[in-house]
Design a protein around this ligand. Structure first.
Ligand code: MN
Length: 395
């Protein structure tokens, strides 16, 4: 017999699907949250048939279970942990664990791709084109590579995963992978996914208007409350507000929070680590500890959301050689303009500030981080220019 304990997200369930394809009725699969795994491992060690081969995928155990599993292994127990989270790399010192973040060719791994590699190389599962395609979609979704590759099929697979129950998803995928030459969505799923996409778009637009800015130690964070679509939301908000180092997404009901970043200079697994969590450089999470609650909720509850940049301007546009106009909630007006090819300066309420910036982006980052300024609409820009002309005449 086999038992697989895995994560309850798409990558974790991808592992369950592969295990069922390989072992059929001989495997019991249980999906867990990050915090639920350790109870399951304890239960297995205390109650399950000790001849069962235990797989743990996409999750890692705590220090106590680390010791227990090593003992279990030394006593002849069969266990294999496969994970791809950087925070789990120290498990590689054990014979029963293999943690790989990146393949030799530089491709990021996912738990599903690691288990597929394991099962096929141990001749427990015959590779097929359909399974290979499915595994690659899961891997691209889990590592965000789909974004770079514009592979929206990977995102749609994850959307489908959330539209139906885990049990239904497993059953559909197993049937499909056993009977099709290629991995495909059916017509009904395509229709559903189109509707879901529209819904996510509306949800993100609403959340964009709720984002508040917080300076937390050396970083600027965007803070938003959301129960669903964390990945999509973190990514969209990150791109909309590139001056923020990361986006913190609060799920009060679940007493958890997620961290997402689009930047390479921030490792959000370290930020989450401060509050007892972990994850990847670009996506991580933690429980809402009292400390995190104080910083991200109590400290931000009174704040007003960031104002969005005007989107449909023709004149007041970014990178303009004539200058770009911003405004703050204190009614300060800022004109960001180039002095020469690679020097930008800021006029605040018609007075030039001392700072110099090497690019437009740096200047804008300064304004947004320090003043939460937003790009004003064309009308306000024209009004500003007319006032300036009047002042010059008087002056
Ligand atoms: Mn994963």
């Amino acid at each position: 017999m086999y038992k697989l304990l895995s994560h309850n997200d798409l990558d974790g369930v991808g592992c369950g699907i592969l295990a069922k394809l390989a072992f059929g009725k001989d495997v019991k699969v249980r999906y867990n949250s990050v915090s639920g795994l350790d109870r399951e491992v304890e239960w297995f060690l205390e109650n399950d048939d000790q001849n069962t081969f235990l797989f743990i995928t996409d999750l890692s155990v705590n220090a106590e279970n680390e010791v227990r599993l090593e003992q279990f292994y030394q006593d002849g127990g069969k266990v294999q942990l496969l994970d791809h989270h950087k925070t789990a790399l120290h498990f590689n010192e054990y014979n029963w664990a293999k943690v790989t973040v990146e393949e030799e060719d530089g491709k990021l791994t996912s738990a599903t791709s690691l288990l597929y590699e394991y099962l096929t190389s141990h001749h427990l599962l015959e590779p097929t084109e359909a399974i290979t395609e499915f595994v690659e979609l899961v891997r691209q979704y889990d590592t965000w590579e789909w974004e770079k590759n514009n592979n929206d099929r990977a995102q749609r697979l994850n959307a489908l995963f959330f539209l139906i129950s885990i049990g239904e998803f497993e059953e559909k995928m197993i049937m499909r992978l056993q009977s099709s030459d290629h991995f495909q969505f059916d017509e009904f799923e395509k229709k559903l996914l189109d509707m879901e996409e529209d819904k996510i778009g509306r949800y993100i637009r609403r959340k964009r208007r709720e984002l508040v800015q917080l300076q937390a130690e050396e970083y600027f964070a965007g803070v938003v409350y959301a129960e669903s679509y964390h990945s999509e939301l973190g990514n969209e908000l990150g791109k909309e507000y590139p001056h923020l180092d990361y986006i913190a997404i609060l799920n009060i009901g679940g007493r958890r929070m997620g961290f997402r970043t689009i930047h390479d200079h921030v490792d959000v697994s370290q930020v989450a680590g401060k509050y007892g969590g972990g994850g990847h450089a670009k996506a991580a999470g933690c429980s809402l500890t009292p400390e995190a609650y104080q910083l991200f909720i109590v400290n931000t509850f009174h704040l007003e959301p960031l104002r969005e940049d005007a989107h449909r301007n023709r004149y007041n546009v970014k990178h303009s050689p004539f200058g770009t106009l911003y405004k703050s909630r204190m009614d300060d007006v800022f004109l960001l303009y180039p002095i020469d090819e690679d020097t930008w300066a800021i006029e605040q309420n018609y007075f030039q500030r001392e700072e110099r910036f090497e690019s437009f982006g740096e200047g804008e980052r300064f304004l947004k981080r320090n003043y939460e300024a937003w790009l004003v609409r064309d009308e306000a820009f024209v009004h500003f220019l007319m006032e300036e002309v009047k002042k010059r005449k008087k002056g």
